[in-house]
Design a protein around this ligand. Structure first.
Ligand SMILES: NC(=O)c1ccc[n+]([C@@H]2O[C@H](COP(=O)([O-])OP(=O)(O)OC[C@H]3O[C@@H](n4cnc5c(N)ncnc54)[C@H](O)[C@@H]3O)[C@@H](O)[C@H]2O)c1
Length: 451
């Protein structure tokens, strides 16, 4: 099958590479010339395990190409995926200008297709509000009377495990109106579903569009819920690890997404929740659980800063106790295995500490460049996790990179000025930390005071 993938960001690039892996002829298009040039040389602009290897493989076999131009491909592609960004507008809604611009280009390109070509299947893969398939259809139809159908195919990949999620999906959701469109989509995805045993869901486009937002809202709600339970557990002397394991064993609840953390961030949840809240308000169905989820998360993003302030005796507006103190911060990405720092709580933590007069020395395995581009010398950058700890008053952990869990804590203890950790990811057990003489603050478990 000849596949056009428009937008080569996290979603578009992964989709392009994976469809090539599925045996298709793929052209990836992006307006960013530098990105296209890098991709054409096999250099991925994003950190994603395994991506560069697959990219190199399919560039070499010539099943995958990149270009800044979609027009030359329009004559003979079978399917065109729209994978451009849908950032948050000022009023919270999803900004559709990139999606609609691409729809307009596709509409113009339809003239290059033979009048008796089968209908072009145009796929919204970007996360878009309900009704977008109809808007994209109307935009394309303004330019052409040739046959096409707009399909909604929301993407559920997670940054950090994007290739696995795409190549072995739990489910594929396709909102379409004709068997022709379903057949094209099935031909693309069936090899992946065969591998994973995942489920195929055909539905109407609005249902597919809402499915994506509902999935993200549900996941975010679970995170905010367990964070609140963790905060309460600390107050009442309970241990959230016991609580989450026991409630997760209930098959109606399940164990996933029940890890307390320093608040969710990233490129999807915050903006998708705002977009869904906006739709709810517009439709006269305000989504109250979702509003509470967002509010709880805003509070949670300050959790580590609150613990640091309480520990060092910062009261009211008096910053003095943190002035001149140094903190090591492990983790800048909004979660492990990605270099994405969009809405990362680490950035809020840095702001809070620096505004109180503290110095922050940061480390991350993938996101240092992105942070440097964003905040420059507001912090110092350490080449290794241990170097960040040299002479610091405490270590703060914001991202759950597996290598932090495996760190040599004895060496860390020697590098720090005091054996003190504020752990926003619960990487260690309080009992072990207590036995090793640490002061250790984590989420939803008892705090341990060192000797
Ligand atoms: N990142 C994720 O984990 C994820 C997961 C599921 C769904 N999504 C959704 O997928 C969509 C894309 O997200 P992303 O993270 O890949 O975004 P991104 O910002 O990483 O990439 C978007 C790309 O589109 C390009 N672009 C913009 N206008 C273009 C045009 N007219 N023609 C060609 N290229 C154009 C940009 O240059 C950029 O490279 C969003 O709606 C997002 O919500 C993202």
């Amino acid at each position: 099958m000849r596949v056009l993938v428009i937008g080569s960001g996290y979603v578009g690039l992964v989709a392009a590479v994976c469809f090539a892996e599925g045996g298709n002829q793929v052209l990836g298009v992006d307006v960013d010339g530098a990105k296209v040039a890098a991709l054409s040389k096999g250099k991925s602009p994003i950190f994603e395990p395994g991506l560069e290897e697959l990219l190199a493989k399919h560039l070499a076999s010539k099943t995958l190409r990149f270009s800044t131009e979609l027009m030359p491909a329009m004559g003979d592609v079978d399917v065109a995926f729209i994978c451009v960004g849908t950032p948050q507008s000022e009023d919270g809604s999803a900004d559709m200008k990139y999606v609609l611009a691409v729809a307009g280009e596709i509409g113009e390109g339809m003239a290059l297709r033979s009048p008796d070509a089968p209908p072009l299947v145009v796929v919204d893969k970007s996360t878009v509000p309900v009704g977008t398939a109809a808007r994209v259809h109307a935009e394309i139809a303004r330019h052409t009377d040739r046959a096409f159908e707009v399909v909604s195919n929301p993407e559920f990949l997670r940054e950090g495990s994007a290739l696995g999620d795409f190549l072995e999906p739990d489910r594929v959701v396709v909102g379409c109106r004709t068997d022709h469109a379903e057949a094209i989509m099935k031909a693309l995805y069936q090899p992946f579903l065969d591998r994973s045993g995942g489920k195929w869901f055909r539905m109407d486009p609005p249902s597919a569009e809402l499915t994506k937002y509902a999935a993200n809202a549900m996941l975010a709600l679970r995170i905010s819920f367990i964070n609140e339970i963790a905060n309460l557990a600390e107050s009442v002397g309970a241990d959230v690890d016991h609580v989450k394991t026991a409630i997760g064993a209930d098959h109606r609840i399940g164990p996933a997404f029940l890890n307390p953390g320093p608040g969710f961030g990233g490129s999807c949840f915050p903006k998708d929740l705002q977009a869904l809240l906006k739709v709810g308000r517009e439709q006269g169905h305000p989504l109250m659980t979702l509003a509470a989820t967002v509010e709880a998360n805003r509070h949670q993003k300050q959790v580590l800063l609150r613990k640091v302030k309480a520990h060092f005796g910062v009261k009211g507006g008096t910053p003095a106790p943190l002035k001149g103190r140094r903190f090591a911060l492990w983790g800048l990405a909004f979660k492990a295995d990605t270099d994405d720092i969009r809405e990362s709580m680490a950035l809020e933590l840095i702001d809070g500490l620096v505004n109180l007069g503290a110095e922050v020395v940061v480390h991350d395995f993938a996101a240092m460049e992105a942070v440097q581009a964003r905040i420059g010398d507001r912090v110092r950058y350490a080449a290794t996790p241990l170097e960040a700890c040299e002479g610091a008053d405490a270590l703060l952990i914001a991202t759950e990179w597996a290598d932090y869990r495996k760190a040599d804590l004895e060496a860390v203890g020697k590098a720090l000025k005091a054996r003190r950790i504020f752990d926003g990811r619960n990487l260690f057990r309080p009992e072990a930390m207590e036995a090793a003489g640490w002061t250790y603050h984590s989420l939803g478990r008892r705090a341990v005071q060192g000797p």
